[in-house]
Design a protein around this ligand. Sequence first.
Ligand SMILES: [Fe+2]
Length: 186
Amino acid sequence: MAADTAYTLDQFLSDTRATIKTKGVPSGLAEIRDHLEKLLRNPELLKKHLGDPVPYRERTTIGHDPETDVHVLVHGREKGGKSVPHDHGPCWVIYGNYKNPTRMRRWRRLDDGSEPGHAELELQRDFLNEPGHASVFAVGDIHSIEYGDDTFFLRVTGGDVETKKTLRFDLEKKTVQVADRAQGQR
Ligand SMILES: [Fe+2]
């Protein structure tokens, strides 16, 4: 698979731009996921964009296409961790694991959002996003992540999630809050 190992970040951004132009979103998201899975098979990717040896950094943007506003981020976690259930505001997001898996949970919202601050979630799917694999979260999808030590994953977003307002949920209290990521809330 020499062609696959040579697949670069620039090729990914260019293929993704073509997919968005021809198929649009959300129709093209599955195809963008396939592009990302090709990129995950590039063994030099992180060395090239982060350095050698590859450093653990919570969040690094390695690519951005101004035309489509697609961002490519790398998350490198030395220690295991997890997130609460959240959405990504107005953005779609594709998570692809590079080294070690992330446990992904998808959640369905049961209430209609009419009571301020209240939210009830039901677990919809619970799976491992293994290295080399990517998972699509369309605008509005709710998920949480959990990973062990030494985990690297890529996150491709339509728009810059880290400047947006997103929802974060508390399962036990059955509450929802708006997190303004531009203010460092998440
Ligand atoms: Fe997320």
